[in-house]
Design a protein around this ligand. Sequence first.
Ligand SMILES: [Zn+2]
Length: 168
Amino acid sequence: MLMMFQIVPIMWRSVRPSRIADMPAVVNTFWLRKGYEGLTFFGQILTPTQQEADRFNAGASADRMSAAMKNHEMIHLRQAQACHDSWLCFYLLYIWYWIKAAWFSKRSVRRQLKHAAYRLNPFEMEAYGHMYDKGYLLRCEGGAQEWRQYAKMSLKERLLQYRANHKL
Ligand SMILES: [Zn+2]
């Protein structure tokens, strides 16, 4: 029960995305269930277990997969910078894209890809597309913008792009 409210001080004390150099991972079993890895939340990464948190916090000694996971979450930080440097703006837009894909898009597209509303979210497409690229964060230091291209596409076009990106 306590875990449910632990996100309140994180929101309360949050600062603008551009003022954050690194995001620490913290365990929160209420908001993050097992099976999920991490969720960027107002400048911190919520994880379901201490083991997952340690992977995100491993820094330079992280294995390739952990480093990529951290990179993925840090790309969301850069995207929030591009959303008027506001977490609230970023999350509202994120939810809007999710709703649009989940409710207002052709069912035929959704049927072709599991978790389509998540995977074809413009923010996720950029984060998944560049998580193994170590130089990406530095190249978009002022804000990550690639998601804007995906946002302009229809869900069907995004599905084709997704398949090309992941060689499916
Ligand atoms: Zn993500």
